[in-house]
Design a protein around this ligand. Structure first.
Ligand code: PSU
Ligand code: MN
Length: 334
């Protein structure tokens, strides 16, 4: 080890949990605002592996009922691969870490009516007692405070095309720069500017690696983006060691582990690009948080459900990889 002291979260966070549960009013994780599922609270207290999952993908990223089916399937894949799933969302002003099946169903049914919550929306939604689906940025904030180190999703937000004029850069990238959470995803969609996204991640100090045999940073629906990944790891153990080193170094910044979509599930590169170009043209007057949900919906419609099928396949694959990484990391005592 580089330092002789213990990583701050191994024993000290543990005490924090015990405090939280015995004296709930004494800390930030006050149970007036925080609601842990039994499965998640027990796993955290026993230092067993936990994987965070986001809920904006359920509310704003997929249609009903595929969103519900996928959310349930992803949780089960996490369990089958050795970790406990903690789907994160805000229900009636309470931060939920781990959802019941009725919680998942509520979010899946209300869909776009749930507030899309990045970091900037959390205080508003909690103070107003509202319900929200947390984006990658919102979920990282909550996962970090709950002591969860691995987070699985489909794709993250990034630098939008034309950002030099619109300044539309996802809060996900900034959050990754400041919270020590490892996000396992399938890269960045080409609805975004992938080159600028990688530049911005470097500026924010985010450790980026691909997982597996490819050396390109993956483009979500397809395995290759034409942009080289800054590093490439081939095993679960190496990914866990990377996260562990981030802790030992006390970098306090995040990591992005990009897992290419399995070859047989990848979408035809030309077809997806044509659909994206049409959706981008139609989105030219849309601004702010509505841009990404609009593009996802239109690409799915234009590909007649084909992009959704790839999306579901890749997130299930990410859940398997992420759960195994979290399990390996826990075995380090980290
Ligand atoms: N990309 C996807 N599916 C998604 C999202 C992105 O393929 O569901 C969601 C995630 O919650 C991500 C958010 O954090 O969109 C990014 O939104 P924005 O571009 O507004 O930052
Ligand atoms: Mn944006």
């Amino acid at each position: 080890p580089l330092f002789s002291y213990k990583p701050y979260h191994s024993s000290s966070n543990f005490k924090r949990y015990n405090n939280v549960f015995s004296k709930p009013k004494s800390t930030l994780l006050d149970n007036k605002v925080w609601n842990y599922s039994l499965e998640v609270s027990e796993a955290l207290q026993e230092a067993r592996p936990v994987v965070a999952l986001e809920s904006s993908i359920i509310c704003h990223g997929m249609p009903y009922p595929q969103n519900l089916e996928t959310a349930i399937a992803v949780e089960n894949i996490v369990r089958e691969n050795g970790s406990v799933p903690a789907t994160i969302a805000i229900l009636n002003g309470k931060i939920n870490v781990g959802l019941s099946s009725s919680g998942l169903e509520t979010l899946a049914r209300i869909g776009q009516q749930a507030r899309k919550c990045s970091r900037r929306d959390l205080a508003y939604v909690v103070s107003q007692g509202l319900t929200g689906g947390t984006t990658v940025s919102g979920t990282i904030v909550i996962a970090h405070q709950a002591g969860i180190k691995v987070f699985v999703t489909g794709g993250i937000g990034g630098v939008h095309r034309g950002a030099e004029e619109s300044m539309d850069i996802s809060a996900d990238l900034v959050e990754l720069g400041k919270s020590p959470v490892a996000v396992v995803c399938a890269g960045v969609k080409s609805i975004l500017d992938i080159g600028k996204t990688l530049e911005y991640l470097e500026t924010q100090g985010v450790t980026v690696t691909t997982f597996g045999e490819t050396t390109d940073f993956p483009a979500f629906f397809t395995r290759n983006s034409g942009f080289k990944s800054p590093s490439n790891l081939k095993t679960i153990e190496e990914c866990a060691a990377l996260i562990n080193a981030n802790t030992q170094l006390r970098l306090d910044s995040g990591l992005l582990i990009a897992v290419p979509i399995p070859e047989n599930e990848a979408f035809d590169a030309d077809k997806i690009q044509k659909a994206i170009d049409i959706a981008l043209f139609e989105a030219k007057d849309i601004r702010g948080k509505d841009v990404t949900p609009f593009l996802l919906k239109r690409v799915n419609e234009i590909t007649q459900g084909g992009s959704l099928k790839s999306n579901i396949a890749l997130i299930k694959h990410n859940a398997k990889i992420g759960s195994r990484i979290a399990k390996c990391l826990a075995s380090f005592g980290s």
